[in-house]
Design a protein around this ligand. Structure first.
Ligand SMILES: [Ca+2]
Length: 259
């Protein structure tokens, strides 16, 4: 004979089975990667931190050039200066920032991608941030995620950390919300080396993400379902033997259980 809680469990399983899975993948930085700026809502660009200071959405500038051979977006020399246009780029899986060194590079410039939301409501943003180039002589990077210019995630990734961080954020977005992903060359000073803390030495980094909508049942609908669930369980529960009565009078309980 099933207990009351077993019936509740069965009801919940039935509810979960019957409830339609309505979450939808609306963006994937790897699958959606494109040679066309704006395709799928994605843009590829940079932020010149040295020149502009604190990040704001308006500081994002789209890369002017796409290299089809390497499948990477990068700046023109006119955008950032020839000395800062050696490694700075965004590709399908991540990118490489520019830094204060090595060599003649003289600006901290973040490698970025941006997704412009075409959905309205709660979403789950999953991301994967880790080093690709694990040269131990370098200082690592810092990954950032911004929503409409407000930082919602930031973490240092050590130069040898090719495991990195795989995590997610629950966000509430609207049509037109800007989600920006940045690879910042800022790391740590490596003992015994002269590199600046903002050097981009060996800063090649994986930074991918996908975004899935999260459907929330209407409160009225959820209330009706729960009311029905409670009613059903109450009816089933009323048909079960009353365990407290059984404790007082086993014979009576046994009889009641067969009724
Ligand atoms: Ca660095």
């Amino acid at each position: 004979m099933r207990t009351m809680w077993q019936w509740v469990g069965s009801c919940l399983v039935a509810l979960a089975t019957a409830w339609p899975a309505q979450a939808a993948l609306v963006a994937d930085s790897v699958l959606d990667y494109s040679a066309v700026q704006g395709a799928g809502g994605w843009s590829y660009g940079y932020f010149n931190h040295t020149a502009l200071g604190t990040y704001s959405s308006a500081g994002f500038t789209a890369f002017a050039l796409y290299d089809a051979g390497d499948e990477r977006w990068h700046a023109s020399a006119a955008q950032v200066g020839a000395q800062n246009n050696v490694y700075l780029s965004t590709n399908r899986f991540g990118g490489h920032p520019n830094g204060l060194g090595p060599d003649s590079q003289d600006a901290n410039i973040w490698a970025m991608r941006r997704w412009v939301s075409d959905v309205d409501g709660p979403v789950r943003l999953s991301f994967d941030l880790r080093k690709i180039n694990t040269n131990p002589a370098a200082g690592g990077v810092t990954g950032h995620i911004f929503v409409d210019g407000v930082e919602v995630f930031s973490s240092f990734i050590a130069t040898t950390d090719d495991a990195g961080i795989q995590s997610f954020l629950m966000l509430d977005v609207g049509v037109g919300t800007l989600i920006d992903f940045a690879i910042d060359p800022t790391g740590v000073v490596v003992p015994g080396r002269a590199d600046h803390v903002e050097s981009a030495r060996a800063d090649g980094t994986h930074f991918s993400a996908n975004i899935v909508t999260v459907e929330v049942p209407e409160p009225a609908s959820l209330g009706l379902v729960l009311a029905g669930l409670c009613g059903f369980c109450a009816v089933r529960g009323a048909r079960q033997p009353r365990r407290r009565a059984a404790g007082f009078n086993p014979a009576a309980s046994s009889s009641a259980g067969r009724a």
